[in-house]
Structure formats: structure tokens, C-alpha cells
Write a protein of this length. Structure first.
Length: 175
């Protein structure tokens, strides 16, 4: 079984978009701005022997505010620029009741089945309570990237950015 680091997309790999005072996902490639530390952080994880899998909720697809093909363009760009192993997406909204929408652990379980991942030896880096709950329900360690919009999210491990979370993972992974 392989160990993995699951990464949320929006807020971890790329910057969130603020629309009408609320955080949201980019809906097109021109809106998507990858974080400067993303590429090197992922390269460090790969050198450390981890699979890197992006897990993302994209409810704007279900809401008709973004097409699935536009998401695929953004995903292809992420694959070109970052050394990730896979991207799994939930295109549903809460009302759909699917098992893949975080905070449910369906995306983590699917990634584990597809890639032979040891969930208990893996990590999930996210920026929301949904990410931390999905990690907890699946049995992997949740690591929260600190942002102004998640100060009320309970977590054991909070980091300034992805680079700091990766340093923690690599130190913990050796021990």
C-alpha cells in the first residue's frame, strides 16, 4: 500500500475567488492563479515517496455556473504545471446527496481504491471544515491551511501555507 497526500484544489493549490463577499472557486482558466509554493511543495512530496492526489468539490458545475469542460481545462493545466498523480472531482451540490462531496469521505475512498493507498498512513491538506471532516471520517490526518475564512474550523494541525504543511508531512513521514 502506498502513502498519499490528498490536496484540496481551491485555497490550497490555487487562490480562492471572492465574489460578493463570499469565497468561491475559479470558474475559468483565466481566474485560476496557482499558489507560488505549489509546484515545489508537490515536488518535495514526490521526492519523499508520496502519491499526490487532488480532491475537489466543484458545486458550480451542478449549479450551472461552470461547465465540466471548463473544469477539465483547469485540471489539465494543473496536471501540466504540477507533478500530481490524479485529480478527483465531485461535480455535485449538497442537495444531490452523493457520497463524493466532502465532508463525506467518498473521494478519499475512491482514490485509495484506484491507487492502492494506505489511508491511515496518508494526509489531507485542506482549507475548510469540509476537508478536515472528510479526512477524519476516512481516517487520514487532516492539515489545515490557515486563512481568514477558516478561523472557526477545529483542527489539530494548522499551517501558514502548503510549504509548511509539506515540511510537517515529510518530518512526520520519516518518524
Amino acid at each position: 500500500m502506498k502513502r498519499a497526500v490528498f490536496l484540496d484544489k481551491d485555497g490550497v493549490l490555487n487562490k480562492v475567488i471572492i465574489r460578493n463577499g463570499r469565497i468561491g472557486s475559479p470558474r475559468s482558466l483565466p481566474e485560476m492563479e496557482l499558489r507560488e509554493e505549489a509546484a515545489e511543495s508537490i515536488n518535495e512530496l514526490k521526492r519523499g515517496g508520496f502519491l499526490v492526489v487532488v480532491l475537489t468539490n466543484q458545486p458550480d458545475i451542478a449549479r450551472g455556473k461552470m461547465s465540466f469542460s471548463e473544469f477539465e481545462i483547469m485540471a489539465a493545466t494543473i496536471r501540466e504545471r504540477l507533478s500530481i498523480d490524479d485529480i478527483l472531482v465531485c461535480p455535485h451540490d449538497d442537495e444531490d446527496g452523493c457520497e463524493c462531496r466532502k465532508p463525506k469521505p467518498g473521494l478519499i475512498k475512491r482514490a485509495s481504491e484506484q491507487h492502492g493507498i494506505d489511508i491511515l498512513g496518508s494526509f489531507f491538506v485542506g482549507d475548510t471544515g469540509r476537508d478536515m471532516k472528510a479526512a477524519s471520517q476516512a481516517g487520514c490526518l487532516g492539515l489545515l491551511i490557515d486563512t481568514p475564512y477558516n478561523q472557526d474550523v477545529p483542527c489539530l494541525h494548522r499551517f501558514r501555507n502548503l510549504r509548511d504543511a509539506v515540511k510537517f508531512i515529510l518530518e512526520k513521514g520519516d518518524g
